[in-house]
Design a protein around this ligand. Structure first.
Ligand code: ADP
Ligand code: MG
Length: 271
């Protein structure tokens, strides 16, 4: 139900924030699932060794499975590593296995260490997968894996948790993004801020929301994701909340957020 516009050009969106637990993975998998369920073909790249996105999308991520690790070291192509989700059509995931845990260090001595993911994300491969969106779920750090994600993308989506100290550490993320823009990826921009885990019972949540809007202006999505038990339960069932309980408040708000993201993609924001 409801129309989801396709972008005029393929969009590669990195979901980053070096703070853990702010909703990166939850936002990645649920935005991706919302788009996929409405007919927009979407690929999620799980770039966190914890493999939480792979779990929520329910793709195989045991050690030895062709994964983002083999992709980074050039052993497999993205077409070989992308697995379809069983939850919905149009959703693919390149899983992260535990092998990725050592990659941050292995990458240091590799050639073109900052752009290995970008090199794997060729136009040919993405055209073969026929995806309109690529979401890259980052680990909670600003290390080489996150740099690879920033180099590969056109856009950064920053989830911000509606609580005290929400803006703390963002300066560091933004200056890293600026460095990448200057030296490695001119076309990168912070296109989207998504406020997550909003608890309407607290005054604090509204203060944080206002502060983020004052600071970032129109890149902040109008939709705010509420704190909801269903959202936190879904991964335990190997599901996105959109598959787990599509009528829940959490699922509906991720659907609204996905629609906002999609509508921005056809307004010529992409050059
Ligand atoms: P990150 O990827 O930034 O570390 P996660 O997406 O894994 O963050 O979220 C951290 C924790 O908060 C997880 O246990 C997740 O299920 C829970 N969570 C995320 N969003 C919500 C929400 N809107 N309501 C309730 N719990 C949430
Ligand atoms: Mg995560």
């Amino acid at each position: 139900e409801g129309f989801m516009p396709r972008p005029s050009k393929r969009r590669v969106i990195t979901v980053a924030n070096q703070k853990g637990g702010v909703g990166k993975t939850t936002s990645t998998v649920n935005l991706a699932a919302a788009l996929a369920m409405h007919g927009v073909k979407t690929l999620v790249i799980d770039l966190d060794p914890q493999g939480n996105a792979s779990t929520a999308i329910d793709v195989d991520h045991r050690s030895g499975t062709p994964s983002v690790y083999e992709l980074l070291i050039g052993e497999v192509s993205i077409v070989e590593a992308a697995q379809p989700s069983s939850q919905t059509d149009n959703l693919l995931c390149v899983p992260a296995t535990i092998d990725l845990a050592g990659a941050e260090i292995e990458l240091v001595s590799m050639q073109s260490r900052e752009s290995r993911l970008k090199e794997a994300l060729t136009n040919e491969a993405l055209a073969q997968l026929d995806v309109d969106y690529v979401f890259i779920d980052c680990p909670p750090s600003l290390g080489l894996l996150t740099v690879n994600a920033l180099v590969s993308a056109h856009e950064v989506l920053i989830p911000i948790q509606c609580e005290y100290y929400a803006l703390e550490g963002l300066g560091q993320l933004l200056s890293n993004i600026e460095l990448v823009q200057k030296h490695l990826n001119r076309t990168l921009s912070v296109s989207t801020i998504l406020l997550t885990m909003y608890d309407g019972r607290t005054k604090l949540a509204d203060q944080v929301t206002q502060e983020v809007k004052n600071h970032f202006g129109e890149v902040v999505l109008k939709t705010i994701i509420p704190r909801s038990v269903k959202v936190s339960e879904a991964p335990g069932y190997g599901q996105t909340v959109l598959a787990f309980d599509p009528g829940s408040r959490g699922a509906m708000s991720y659907l609204d957020a996905a629609r906002e993201v999609a509508e921005r993609g056809v307004e010529g924001k992409q050059e």
